[in-house]
Design a protein around this ligand. Structure first.
Ligand code: ZN
Length: 116
């Protein structure tokens, strides 16, 4: 898998976890201490990932994340599972799809290709 795609998937997961932690905090005040240190760890890891991420990829990530609250979509049988639209044939028929960073022409999410 392309290193940048791997980083994008990681960053997407971290952002989702951070969002959950932040939403939980108000409900779980007694666990706040634990949650906060975990949050700190996640934020540190996030900074590490962003440092390794190509700036143009990071910019695109931020844009899609702000719009949808997620930035990665799985693809199966030529369908983007982020928006359920068909992807162009030339993209679908390409070899080594996870070896490059592609985004959906419809929703803009980064594509992670599953086996058909
Ligand atoms: Zn899409």
């Amino acid at each position: 898998m392309h290193k940048q795609l791997e980083l994008v998937i990681l960053l997407n997961d971290l952002e989702l976890t951070l969002k959950e932690l932040t939403e939980d905090e108000s409900k779980l005040e007694e666990k706040m201490g634990f949650k906060l240190s975990k949050k700190q760890q996640i934020e540190n890891t996030r900074s590490e990932i962003i440092k390794q991420l190509d700036p143009t990829v990071h910019y695109a990530f931020e844009k899609v994340w702000k719009r949808y609250g997620k930035a990665v979509a799985s693809v199966r049988k030529g369908i983007c599972y982020g928006c359920f639209e068909s992807l162009p044939t030339q993209t679908v028929s390409r070899k080594g799809k996870n070896e490059q960073v592609t985004s959906c022409p419809h929703c803009g999410k980064f594509l992670y290709w599953l086996e058909d």
